[in-house]
Design a protein around this ligand. Sequence first.
Ligand code: DGL
Length: 282
Amino acid sequence: MSRQAHPVPVSPSMLQRPVRIGIFDSGVGGLSVTQAIRARLPHAELLYAADTAHAPYGDRSEEFLCDRSERIARFLCDQGAQMIVVACNTATAAAVARLRAGSPALPLVGVEPGVKPAVALSAARRVGVLATTRTLASEKFRKLAEAHADGATLVLQPCPGLADAIEAADAQGNGLDVLVERYCAPLRDAGVDVAVLGCTHYVFARALFERALPGVRLVDTAEAIARQTARFAADLVERGEADADSAAGPALRAWSSGSPQVLADFAHRWLDLRLVVQDIHC
Ligand code: DGL
């Protein structure tokens, strides 16, 4: 067999890169979304950033959250992310419009409280929404509620301190029950039959919410976000900008602006995930 005289021409498919998805949150909450994305896109490369040095986001100003979100999204793109998932309801409410305006060509998935599916599930037409103070006070949430309440009563419950407490809790949720009980009592009194976990951190306390709200169905949006992320990833593959089937590097890389060890320990404790976490300074 003769050797080729000329180099093999580079075809568009050879230029493809694996789908590389940047995901961020104020801390560990976005790991709940990351798990759902991993299950749906096992061959994608996931780049996770936790802005722990500036957490919790729930009590921050909109301007501050826009600035942090822009910096972190830029950092993830510099690491090669081809799309961004804002795995934080609070940052989405404050900053997703600004991120979209700043990078119109960048596929961007945001997270918002699952008011629409919750209202559809509620026979009592009474739905509780548990989220951060900032999310519930945002214009984006006001519009979401207006568009999807469909005449049902929404009982809004801000949960200051809960995201922080989850960051620090052990995998049994010890120490969280008092706060969860405090925030669930008004929902029980109001007779809701569905409650939205409107912060990605709260998914880790699901068992405690179930105990505090017997008979109430809990709605979170991790699955819906993973589906939307998979649709965007499929578009990248279709446009020849990514390859769905080959992860070149480690499937999940992580950074923290706070203590890398805290994020690594949480991932190990709650998800049995061994994460190598690096520092970010941005
Ligand atoms: N995990 C975030 C959310 O979904 C915010 C938690 C916080 O930092 O206050 O809203």
